[in-house]
Every structure is written in C-alpha cells, then in structure tokens.
Design a binder for this molecule. Sequence first.
Ligand code: ADP
Ligand code: MG
Length: 569
Amino acid sequence: MRIRRLPEGTVNRIAAGEVVERPASVVKELVENSIDAGATQIDVAFRGGGRDLIRVTDDGSGMDAADLALSFERHATSKLAGDDLIDIQTLGFRGEALASIGAVARMTITSRTATGDSAYSVSINGGVATELRPAPLSRGTEIEVCDLFYATPARLKFLKSDRSETAEAADVVRRLGFAHPHVGFSFATEERRLIDVAPEETSGTRVRRLIGAEFMDNAIAISAAHEGVSVAGYAGLPTYSRGHSARQFLFVNGRPVRDRLLAGAVRGAYADLMARGRFPAILLFVTCPPQSVDVNVHPAKAEVRFRDGGLIRGLIVSSVRRAFAAGAVTGNASVARQVAESFRATSPTGGFAEAQSAFDIGAPSSPPLADDFPETSHPLGAARGQIHGNYIVAQTADGMVLVDQHAAHERLVYERLKRERLDGGIAVQPLLVPEVVDLDSVEAERIVANRDLLAQSGLAVESFGEGAVIVREIPAALAGASIASVIRDLAAELAGEGTVTSLDERRDHILATIACHNSVRAGRKLRPEEMNALLREMEVTPNSGQCNHGRPTYVELKLADIERLFGRR
Ligand code: ADP
Ligand code: MG
C-alpha cells in the first residue's frame, strides 16, 4: 500500500459531497453569496429539477477580474478579514461553495463591479477552469450551473423527481426571503414563477407575503430580549399544529437553520399546549452577537452552537408561553395529576400478548351487550358508558379502563388501511364535486410531485394552477373529513422526508395522516354494542395501545389504585 496525496480535483469532488447535496444546496450557496454581496434583487432560474440549469443573477457588488479568478479556488474567500472564526457577519465564510459546485457541474461565472470597465466571465467544468474572457453584463454577478452532478453520477441517483427537487429549492429561497426582507427574490422554473417578492420595508410584510394569510391569522407575534440576545417572530396557535416540522422556520442572525437546540426549545415552549407528535407552526428570528454563536459546525452551515444555549432556550420558551398565557387552559392541575399518576398506561405492544393469554379472549366478531357481558373474558373489559362524547369507560376484571375513542379509532383506521393496501387496494370514494385546495406554491408542488404515492393511498390529486390542487377521489375512510386539512397536513408530512426515507415508510406516513383525519367516530355518541366492538377490535389490532402520534389510546386504573385514591388502602 502506498499513501498518496489526492489530486485537487478529487479533493474538491469529495468536499462537494458535503456542501452540495442536491440542487437546493446549490441554490442556497449561490443565493447566500448574492446576499453577502449586498444585492437588492436576486433572481433564480431553475430548469429540469435543477439538473439542467440553475442560474442565479444578482445586482450586488460584483467581482473584478482578479477576484473572479480566485473565487472558485478552494478556501478562497473575501469574507474572513482576520484568521479567526469568532466574528462572522456574513452567510458564507468557508470559501468552498464555488469550488465544490465547479467540481461536480459545468459552471459559468460572469461578474462586474460598479467601477469595472467590463464584465468578465470564466467557466469551470468538472473542476477545470477556462481563461477569463470579457463578457457582456451591466453589473452584479450571474452564475450558471448546468448538468449538475454530471461529474459524480452516483449522486444523481439519489435525486428525487424534478418536482420534489424544485419544491426543495424554492423552499430554500423562501427561507432566505423571510430573513432578508429588504432584498427582492424571484424563483422561476420553465413553467412558472414560484416566488416573486419585491424588496419590502418591514419584516412583517415580507413574512405575510411569503407565508400566507392563513398562518398569520393563526399566529401571535412574539418578542423578547435579554443580554444582547433577542427573539422575535410569530408563534402558531397550538390548534394550528402540523404533523411535521416543515412549517417551522428558524433563523439565527439571518441564517436559516435546522437546529436541535432551537427545535427543542420550541417543543418545550409548547409542551403543555400540544399533543406529542404534533409540531407547532412557528417563525422565529434569533439575533445575537456573532461572537456568541459558532456557525462553523456544519459544511452546509445548517446547524449552529450557542455559547449560552440556556439563555436562548429560556427566551424562546418564555416569549411563546407569555404570548399564549392570556388564553391558556387552566383547571385543577394538581388533583388531575394525582389521579393521572395512578392511571397506568399499559405498554402499547407486548402487554397484550400476555393479557390475551391470561384472559383467553373470545372471537372479536361477537360483540356482547353491556350489562350481562362477562368483563373478565376481555382485557379491555365491558363498556359501561361514554363520557364527554369521546371517552369510553369500561370495567375490567380487576379495575377499569378509560379509552380515548378518537385516538383509538385513528389507530384502527390506520391499521385497516395498511391491511387494505396489502390486500389489493384501498377502498375509495369518488367526489361528486371535486374539491380545490389552496396551498402555497411550494406545498402544491410537493403534493403534485407525490401524486403517484397519494394515488396508491386512495387520494386522486392533480395540479390546479398556481398554488392549488384538485382532489377527485378520497379513501372511503375519509368520508366526511375536511379534505383541505388532510391535504395541507400531507404537504407538511411529505416535506419532512429526507432522501433516505423508503417508499414503504412514506406510504405509511401518508396512510397515518389520512387515518388521523378520519373523523367518523370523533365526538360521536356510540351505542353499547359499538363501544364493545371498538374494544374488541382494539384487542386484536396491532399497536392499538397508542395512536399514530404516540399518545396512549387508553389508560388503565386497577381497583387497588382506586381504593388507594379513596384512602381505603
Ligand atoms: P464564501 O461564500 O464562503 O466566501 P464561496 O465559494 O461561496 O465562498 O465564494 C467565494 C468568493 O467569491 C466569495 O468570498 C466572494 O468574494 C466571491 N463571490 C461569490 N459569489 C459572489 C457574488 N454573487 N457576488 C460577488 N462576489 C461573489
Ligand atoms: Mg458562499
């Protein structure tokens, strides 16, 4: 074995693997460069899902010939004045984006400074650069990236459909657009303009324009500041939650991030207000001194480290909680907790196997009537009544269970849908009047991109012009549910899926979301036979101890616990 130094081209291609994961990352790096160059208008053209062409044009500072010649070298940057990484004020600083993109695509950079006598242009194809030549351009910079990943074909295989890649890239521009209201942005494919916003006076108008009125109507403005750190933005109402985190927009000093500390703080802020597994919609700008945050922890700069994470977390939690305090839910929490502590959630899986053999349950198809029903023969007992339109109280051999009828039903529908799909197809129901659902353009793209998967789940959906889709057929299980909210949640669900999610997982997620919207039994009065049928179905359905969001579908209270509550033990 011989150790050798890798040629520069190879080094660049290796590094490109981290910086340029997909077309959206190219858009991110180029648009960030334009923002750093002080542009007031940035236009993105995007063809063939980003594989054919990505062109970013700006009216920023531009580069003279000498800078242009250096710009695509690895670790060449104008953004680090000193040699430390303590005070980073720009989005870029690593000096590797242009080198990385040039290593895996055909890139042409054309640029001109305000005082330059001419624009210059240079092409880098698979890491090999041409001579600089004069070119026509009145000002700013234009970067064209063609045949992305032609030099690293392995990466091409991991790309998703054109529409999915387009949706992700548009999302990148939108996120940067939130954080830079004074800059105008456009994003256009060969077919249409997905984003087009002029420079705005205030952050509020930009947010409203990019996120839509619906979010704003369901959100409360938040703000807090302490020791040079400030938190501002819009917190979605708990009832406006989503099944996925795609509607969480988090920024640190103008940089869109997917940061665990921030996401955890958001979760913490909503902990008492929202069911586990639901994600609040939120837009949050954190501003802090550049020295107090390390942005150099991730090649794509998507994560950061705070010097004082506790302070940031505290600010987020307190500002969100304060915003909701006025309308907060109260009630005698301490008594409720005491009782709840005595209630024991049976382990969702496994528990039943034992219980079943112990009780030797009968066939589920024979729902007995409530009163003379021998509760001892079934783990979930005999239904004795329904309270508050949603909770079934059942008596078991040695205690009682309380079933959340809606949560349980959700799980049963999900498992039934999965079974139907395996057994030759999900029962569908055509809509007499097809329903048009308004979304934002990115969400609409995502839905249409996943048309086939949705069809396999019983949802026939098509594009319906800018930012809208039309639904023609729904799973029979969804009859009576709000189709618009199903589609919106599906858009969010699909957004969160990385390139690694398997087809099967994605199908299951879609079915889970559908099941979650099935409203047949929510809040419906059930007859005793129906309650018992539900209990029996739960006993034979896998995973029925938890709903699709991980919450328990029932809790059990042993007679001994009840006696303890009343001081009898
Ligand atoms: P970084 O942004 O980390 O400095 P890049 O590889 O993205 O590294 O860019 C290298 C350099 O090229 C930048 O530091 C900047 O000086 C110059 N540059 C890149 N894009 C532009 C642009 N749109 N306008 C002006 N200068 C640019
Ligand atoms: Mg850069």
